[in-house]
Design a protein around this ligand. Structure first.
Ligand code: AMP
Length: 255
């Protein structure tokens, strides 16, 4: 079991604390000059993989990102958080962004080269909320999958996963190789320390061109026709007492 390799998919997204704005033209969000970060669910997936290695249940953690060269920054962040190696499946500027099917195909290509026994992805990316990559990848690999994991334990030749489902908890045992997607309560990710950020600069980061994986060009299958910001919120109003509040709520039909 100690030779087990874990592959973690990490996505670069706009930082969760940034207020997302629609870009001029209305068919994309503003990304220029905006702070980006590792997708929070990918941080949880990575933390789990690093903990498995720290417990001696896994030997190596490989972080993989699919995107343009700016994703190298995301991979350096993953290396600072404990990944041993990183691979960028690189798209050229102007290509993409790849949809979940293209990302899953690229990750499947890296799985074929790297032969990990366990893949952990986030349950969703907070930018497009598409929430499909793990399921698509498991189907492409024909591997068992456990989505929305809140606990992961490795056993001989298998992984035991607890999932939060409506009305309780479900425990699954999957034969390896297997795919797991991480839910919010799986763990609390660590922060990168300065020494680890420095060490990450020396860890191996391999760039693999999209075409080198033998994949067809990542042509988008859907086009975003328009985006709209939610209507601006009206200002608040102070009232003197509870009776006035109840009166106001009645007037505007809220009670
Ligand atoms: P999504 O299906 O886009 O909501 O994303 C779910 C998970 O798939 C993310 O948390 C990542 O683990 C993985 N993923 C999605 N897009 C990428 C990408 N471009 N590169 C690497 N992993 C990705």
């Amino acid at each position: 079991m100690a030779a087990l390799k874990v592959l973690v998919g990490v996505k670069r997204v706009i930082d969760f604390a940034v207020k997302v704005r629609v870009a001029p033209g209305g068919a994309a969000v503003q990304t220029q000059g905006v702070k980006h970060a590792l997708n929070p669910f990918c941080e949880i997936a990575l933390e789990e993989a690093v903990r498995l290695r720290e417990r001696g249940a896994a030997a190596q953690v490989l972080a993989v990102s699919v995107g343009t060269s700016v994703c190298q920054e995301t991979l350096r962040a993953a290396l600072a958080l404990g990944a041993d190696r990183a691979v960028l499946v690189q798209l050229q500027e102007g290509e993409g962004p790849p949809g979940p099917r293209e990302v899953a195909a690229a990750l499947a290509g890296v799985v074929a080269r790297e032969k990990p026994q366990l893949v952990i992805l986030g349950k969703q990316a907070i930018d497009d909320d598409c929430n499909q990559t793990g399921q698509l990848l498991a189907a492409m690999l024909d591997w068992p999958q456990a989505t929305f994991a809140s606990r992961v334990e490795l056993e001989a030749g298998a992984v035991r996963v607890q999932r939060e489902v409506d009305g309780g908890l479900e425990t699954l045992r999957l034969r390896l190789p297997a795919l797991v997607t991480a839910d919010l309560r799986l763990n609390e990710p660590r922060y990168a320390t300065l020494p680890n950020i420095m060490k990450a600069k020396k860890k191996p980061l391999e760039v693999v061109e999209w075409a080198a994986l033998g994949l067809p060009p990542p042509l988008p299958r859907l086009r975003v026709l328009g985006l709209q910001e939610p209507p601006a919120r009206g200002g608040g109003e102070r009232v003197d007492d509870v009776a006035a509040l109840v009166d106001k709520l009645r007037q505007c039909g809220r009670i």
